[in-house]
Design a protein around this ligand. Structure first.
Ligand SMILES: CC/C=C\C/C=C\C[C@@H](O)/C=C/C=C/C=C\[C@@H](O)CCCC(=O)O
Ligand SMILES: [Zn+2]
Length: 640
C-alpha cells in the first residue's frame, strides 16, 4: 500500500538526524567530515561510532530470518523480523543499520498484528552504510522488513563453480565482522546488542546451507533449511554459507563441513580439535555453545578464520598436510570464550576479543603440542608485532584505538592480537600462571554473554588483580599498555631455542661460509623454515636467490605460509622465476593476510603496474573486502 512506499527523506541530512536521535556526541558524527577533523578528545567509552542504531531507545533481542538464496541474480531476498525491547517512554523512530539493501516494505506492531508503516533511508556514509528510519506505532515491539541484498553486498561473496574445489556448483558465504552484517540483514549492527535468532534458508536443491547456529548434518537436502541460535550473539557473528557441503565428524562434539573434495584432508588436518576443546574447557570453564564444527571455505575467503559460533569459518590455505598451521583452529576455538562469550563493546575494544584469544591460542598450542611449539608460535607472533610497530603510525599502535571517522577494515592489524596477547603474557609472568588462569576463568564467568568496554575490563582489574597483587602490578603500566603506542619498556620478549640455532646457520650461509646444501634442514619444522626466511636481509643477490630456490624448491612450496614468505623475498629482490607462482598465488588466494603485504611490497618495490595487472585479472574472483583494501594499496587512498 501507499503508506509503505519508501519516502524520500524530508531532512537535509538523514544520517546526521539519525545520529542525533541516538544521543551520540556531536563531535563524533561519523558521517560528517567536518566533525571528523574536529574530533580531538579521547573517544567516549561505550559509544559505537560504527552504528547508526538508536540502541539507547530500542534493543533488538531476537531475529527471525526467511531468505531465498538466488544464485542467478546474486541476491538474498526475503524478510527479517526483529523483536525489540523499548527503553524509552517516547516513541522515536527505530533506526537500523543497512548497506546497499533494497527495502521493499516494513510492517510493525506486536506478535502477528503487523501493519505497513512509513520508513525512510538516510544519507549514505561510505564506511557505515545507510540508516533505515522506521516510524513505529505506539508500543510496537516487532518490525518485519521485506528486502533484498545487492549483488555487491560487502558482507557476501557469491562464487562461480570454477572458484570451488569441485568446480560444479556455486558457493556463497557471508563475513559480517566488523560492520558487514548490515549488508545482508537490516539490524542494529553493533557488538553491544545481543540477539538470539532463527532462520529459514531456501537454496537450490542440490546445495546445503549452514549457519552460525544448530546445524543438522543429517538434514535432508531438500532446499529448505531451518536454524535456531538459542544463545544471544552480537550481529557480527551472524553467518551463512551455501554450497556443495558434506559433513564428517572428528569427535563427539566436533566435526567438519567441506566440499567432498576437501573433506577427508580437512578432517585429518584438524583431528586434534576435540582435544583442543577439552583442554580449553579444563582451564577456562565449560564450552557454552553445544557443538563446535568447522566449515572449510574456498580460498577466496578473506581471512584465516572467522569465529562464527558453533561453526568457525576456515580458509583452506591452512590445510598444509602436517598440522603446521592449526594454531588457526585453536584461535577460532578460543573465541568461544574470548569474543563470543565476552564480547568487545565496540571495534575500539577489539583487543579484548583478539588479545585474549591470541593469548589463549598459545596456551592451547602448548597444551596439545608442547613447549617447543608454544615458544615458536609466541616468538613468531612477537616478530609480527615488531614488524607492525616499525610500520605503523603511533595512533595505530594503541590497543584501545581511536576509530572515529575510520573504516575498521582499513586499520585492522597485529596490534590488537599480538600486543594484546603480550600484555596478558606479562600479567601471567608477574602473578604466576595459576593465579592468572583463575583470573581468566572468573573473568569469563563474570562477563558471560555480555559486551564490555576497555574501561569495564580496567574496572574489573581494579576489583581483582590490582587489589590482590599491589606489589606485583601497577595500574600506570597497565594503562600504558592499553592507551599508549609501542610497548612498555621491559615488556617480555618471547624467544625460542629452536630459532636461536637458525640464526648462526643463516649467517654462515649469507657470509658464504657454507652452501645451502650444507644446511641440515632435515629436522626443521614449518616454524623454523618461516623463521629462516623471514630473517633474511632486505637484499639478496640473484645467485643467492637461485641457490635457495634450487636447493629448497621454495617457489613450489606447498605450505602457503612458506610460499608467502618466499614470495615476499622474491618481490623485493625482483626474482623473476617466482613471478608465475606469485601471480597464481595472488589470483587463487583471497586471504588478506597474504595479499595486503604482497601488493604493498609490489608497489613499494616499483612494480605498481604489475600489481595492477594481476589485481585486475584476479578481481572478479576476489571478495568485496579483498577488492576494497587492496585497491587502496594499489591505486592510493581515493581509488575506492
Ligand atoms: C584495529 C582494528 C579495529 C577494528 C577492526 C575490526 C574488525 C576488522 C575487520 O576487518 C574484520 C576482521 C576479521 C578477522 C577475522 C579473523 C582473524 O583472526 C584473521 C586474522 C588474519 C588471518 O589469519 O588471515
Ligand atoms: Zn580472532
Amino acid at each position: 500500500g501507499g503508506c509503505s512506499e519508501p519516502e524520500s527523506d524530508d531532512t537535509a541530512n538523514g544520517s546526521v538526524d539519525a545520529q542525533a536521535e541516538t544521543g551520540k556526541p556531536e563531535t563524533a558524527g561519523v558521517g560528517d567530515s567536518q566533525s571528523r577533523k574536529a574530533a580531538q578528545a579521547a573517544p567516549e567509552s561505550g559509544v559505537d561510532y560504527h552504528s547508526f542504531a538508536n540502541t539507547g531507545d530500542y534493543r533488538v533481542e531476537h531475529l527471525d530470518l526467511d531468505l531465498k538464496v538466488d544464485f542467478g541474480r546474486k541476491v538474498l531476498e526475503g524478510e527479517a523480523v526483529l523483536d525489540f525491547k523499548r527503553l524509552t517512554k517516547k516513541n522515536p523512530p527505530l533506526v537500523l543499520d543497512t548497506r546497499d539493501l533494497k527495502i521493499e516494505q516494513v510492517r510493525a506492531g506486536h506478535g502477528s498484528e503487523l501493519k505497513p508503516v512509513k520508513f525512510s533511508l538516510g544519507e549514505t556514509d561510505p564506511d557505515l552504510g545507510t540508516p533505515l528510519k522506521i516510524q513505529l506505532p505506539k508500543n510496537a515491539t516487532r518490525v518485519a522488513i521485506q528486502y533484498e541484498t545487492s549483488p555487491g553486498a560487502s558482507g557476501v561473496q557469491w562464487l562461480e563453480p570454477q572458484q570451488t574445489a569441485g568446480g560444479e556448483h556455486p558457493f556463497l558465504f557471508t563475513q559480517a565482522q566488523a560492520i558487514h552484517a548490515r549488508s545482508f540483514v537490516p539490524l542494529q549492527d553493533s557488538p553491544q546488542v545481543r540477539m538470539t535468532y532463527e532462520a529459514t534458508i531456501r537454496t537450490p536443491e542440490e546445495l546445503r546451507a549452514v549457519m552460525s547456529a544448530n546445524n543438522d548434518p543429517d538434514a535432508e537436502k531438500d532446499g529448505v533449511y531451518e536454524f535456531e541460535m538459542p544463545q544471544p550473539i552480537p550481529s557480527y557473528l551472524l553467518a551463512l554459507a551455501v554450497g556443495d557441503l558434506e559433513f564428517k565428524p572428528m569427535g563427539e562434539r566436533t566435526g567438519v563441513y567441506a566440499e567432498p573434495e576437501l573433506l577427508d584432508a580437512a578432517a585429518a588436518e584438524f583431528e586434534d580439535t576435540e582435544s583442543m576443546l577439552e583442554a580449553t574447557e579444563q582451564v577456562y570453564g565449560p564450552y557454552r555453545w553445544d557443538r563446535y564444527d568447522l566449515l572449510i571455505l574456498p580460498p577466496s575467503f578473506p581471512f584465516g578464520g572467522m569465529e562464527n559460533p558453533r561453526l568457525s569459518f576456515i580458509t583452506p590455505t591452512v590445510i598444509a598436510g602436517d598440522k603446521s598451521l592449526v594454531a588457526l583452529i585453536a584461535h577460532e576455538l578460543a573465541h568461544s570464550w574470548s569474543g563470543n562469550l565476552v564480547t568487545n563493546a565496540s571495534w575500539r575494544d577489539l583487543w579484548l576479543n583478539e588479545g585474549f584469544t591470541t593469548y589463549l591460542t598459545n596456551r592451547i598450542m602448548q597444551n596439545i603440542y608442547g613447549d617447543q611449539r608454544y615458544r615458536m608460535e609466541m616468538a613468531l607472533g612477537y616478530d609480527d608485532l615488531q614488524a607492525d610497530l616499525e610500520d605503523k603510525e603511533a595512533r595505530d599502535e594503541i590497543m584501545a584505538i581511536d576509530l572515529r571517522g575510520r573504516d575498521p577494515d582499513e586499520v585492522f592489524s597485529n596490534i590488537p592480537y599480538e600486543k594484546g596477547s603480550l600484555f596478558l603474557y606479562e600479567l601471567e609472568q608477574k602473578i604466576g600462571r595459576e593465579a592468572f588462569d583463575q583470573f581468566l576463568l572468573d573473568y569469563f564467568n563474570n562477563f558471560a554473554f555480555e559486551s564490555i568496554t576497555t574501561e569495564d575490563f580496567l574496572a574489573y582489574l581494579q576489583k581483582t588483580l590490582l587489589k590482590e597483587y599491589p606489589e606485583k602490578l601497577d595500574e600506570e603500566r597497565i594503562r600504558e599498555w592499553i592507551f599508549e603506542p609501542g610497548i612498555p619498556e621491559g615488556a617480555p620478549h618471547p624467544q625460542s631455542d629452536a630459532f636461536s640455532k637458525i640464526d648462526p646457520v643463516r649467517q654462515q650461509w649469507l657470509d658464504g661460509e657454507i652452501s645451502a646444501e650444507e644446511i641440515d634442514t632435515s629436522e626443521w619444522t614449518y616454524h623454523q623454515w618461516k623463521y629462516f626466511l623471514d630473517g633474511m636481509p632486505e637484499q639478496l643477490s640473484d645467485e643467492q636467490l637461485k641457490e635457495l630456490d634450487s636447493t629448497f624448491n621454495l617457489t613450489q612450496s606447498k605450505n602457503n605460509e612458506i610460499a608467502f614468505s618466499w614470495l615476499m623475498i622474491a618481490v623485493r629482490n625482483d626474482y623473476q622465476p617466482a613471478f608465475e607462482r606469485l601471480e597464481s598465488f595472488l589470483t587463487e588466494i583471497g586471504r588478506n593476510k597474504f595479499l595486503r603485504p604482497l601488493y604493498r611490497n609490489l608497489v613499494e618495490s616499483g612494480k605498481q603496474e604489475m600489481a595492477a595487472e594481476i589485481f585486475e585479472k584476479a578481481r572478479p574472483g576476489y571478495h568485496p573486502l579483498t577488492v576494497k583494501v587492496n585497491s587502496r594499496i594499489i591505486y592510493g587512498e581515493d581509488a575506492g
